[in-house]
Design a protein around this ligand. Structure first.
Ligand code: TXA
Ligand code: MG
Length: 334
C-alpha cells in the first residue's frame, strides 16, 4: 500500500481550507486507517463504528486483539450514543480537563461501537483531545475515532510524523503530518465505572490533579503504583531494540564505549565522547523528560553498535509517576 502523506501544518487555523482535506475525510468514512497528531502522541485512527476499520488498526500495529482501544470525540454530546456516565464526579473531571490528555473509562451502552474497539469488554475508554488538527478532523468526519498510538506494538509511541512513517509506511492508508506533540506520553486513563475511581494508566494529568477538582475521587491511595488493572497494561511497551537499564545514581556510572546514557543535561558533562541524550535540563523538569522520552529511545535505535542504554531514574521527583511508569515498562524492570 502506498501510504499518503498530508502535510497540513499551514492549515491548522482552518483545516477545511486544506486542498486535500476531503481525501482525509473520505478515507475515514471508507473505513481506512489514518495516523493523526494529538497532544499526547500520534494516533492511528479509524472509524470506531466499523469492525473492518478497527481490525485494520490491530493488524497494522501487530497489536493483541484483547487490548482495548481509546475512542476519540470532539464534543461530550457524542458520548451519549455509546456510553453512560454513572457518577456526577466524572462530569466535573471532564469539565476540568477536557479537551486534554486524559481518557475516562465508562460503561458501554449498546452496540453502536464495533465490538473489537473494546476487546469485548462492557466498558469503553473515551478521550477528547485538545490538539487542533485532531479536533478539527473529529468534527469534520463526524465519527468517533478509535486511536491507539501509531507505533508498531511494543515500540515507543511516535511523537513526530517521521516516527509514524518509520513504523507504518506502506502499512496504512495515510499520515496527517502535524507538529511534534506537546505532552509526549499517552493520556492518563481513569476508570470511572465504579467509585472511587482508579488510575488505569498514569499520564501527565496526575491523581493529585484529579483530587484537586474532586477530593477523594481516586480511591487507591497507593496511586503511584503500577498495578495492571487495565487489560492493556500487561503487555511490554515503549521499548527500544537495545537493552535498556535504569541507573539510580548517574554520578557512580562508568560507561563502556559501546554503551549510551539518557539523563538530564546537567548529568551528561562527565560523559563527553560517549553517546548521550539529554532527556531534560534537570531532574526537576518532568514535563521536559516526558516530552523527550520516546524520541530519545527511538534515536538510540538509530545509532549502530550500542550494546546497552542506561537511563536516569527520576523516581525521587514529585510528579514523576507517569514518566517512571513508561521508563520501567521500557526497561522491563531492569
Ligand atoms: O494518549 C493517548 O491516549 C493515545 C492518543 C493517540 O490519544 N492513545 C492511546 O491509545 O494511548 P491506546 O489504545 O494505546 O491505549 C489504550 C489503553 C489500553 O492499553 C488500556 O490500558 C486502556 O487504554 N483501556 C482502553 N479501554 C479500556 C477499557 N475498556 N478498560 C480498561 N482499560 C482500557
Ligand atoms: Mg500504545
Amino acid at each position: 500500500m502506498d501510504t499518503k502523506l498530508w502535510d497540513v501544518r499551514n492549515y491548522v487555523d482552518d483545516l477545511s481550507t486544506y486542498p486535500q482535506v476531503q481525501d482525509i475525510i473520505t478515507g475515514f468514512r471508507q473505513n481506512e486507517i489514518i495516523a493523526i497528531p494529538t497532544e499526547t502522541v500520534y494516533g492511528l485512527a479509524a472509524n470506531a463504528k466499523s469492525r473492518i476499520a478497527v481490525n485494520k488498526i490491530f493488524k497494522a500495529k501487530g497489536r493483541p486483539q484483547d487490548n482495548p482501544l481509546i475512542v476519540h470525540i470532539y464534543d461530550s454530546a457524542q458520548i451519549d450514543d455509546f456510553a453512560s456516565i454513572p457518577y456526577s464526579e466524572t462530569h466535573r473531571l471532564m469539565d476540568a480537563f477536557w479537551p486534554g490528555p486524559i481518557s475516562f473509562i465508562l460503561p458501554l451502552k449498546n452496540d453502536v461501537l464495533a465490538e473489537n474497539v473494546t476487546a469485548g469488554l462492557d466498558s469503553v475508554a473515551v478521550r477528547m483531545p485538545s490538539e487542533r488538527i485532531a479536533r478539527q478532523l473529529l468534527a469534520l468526519t463526524q465519527l468517533p475515532l478509535a486511536a491507539p498510538s501509531a507505533n508498531t506494538s511494543g515500540k515507543p509511541s511516535p511523537t513526530t510524523a517521521e516516527h509514524v512513517k518509520f513504523d507504518m509506511d506502506g502499512k496504512i492508508y495515510g499520515i496527517v503530518q502535524g507538529f511534534q506533540v506537546d505532552v509526549g506520553i499517552e493520556s492518563t486513563v481513569v476508570d470511572c465505572t465504579s467509585y472511587p475511581f482508579k488510575i488505569a494508566r498514569p499520564g501527565a494529568i496526575t491523581a493529585r490533579d484529579l483530587e484537586r477538582i474532586v477530593p477523594g475521587c481516586v480511591g487507591d491511595a497507593n496511586y503511584t503504583s503500577d498495578k495492571p488493572i487495565a487489560p492493556g497494561m500487561k503487555y511490554r511497551h515503549y521499548a527500544p531494540d537495545s537493552p535498556l537499564e535504569l541507573v539510580t545514581d548517574v554520578s557512580q556510572l562508568t560507561l563502556k564505549s559501546s554503551e549510551a546514557l539518557i539523563a538530564p543535561l546537567a548529568e551528561l558533562t562527565r560523559f563527553s565522547g560517549h553517546i548521550t541524550y539529554p532527556l531534560s535540563n534537570t531532574y526537576e523538569d518532568i514535563s521536559g523528560a516526558m516530552h523527550n522520552l520516546y524520541g530519545a529511545l527511538r534515536e538510540m535505535d538509530q545509532q549502530s553498535g550500542i550494546t546497552k542504554i542506561y537511563i536516569a531514574d527520576y523516581t525521587h521527583i514529585t510528579g514523576s509517576e507517569a514518566l517512571m511508569n513508561r521508563i520501567n515498562k521500557a526497561t522491563s524492570g531492569k
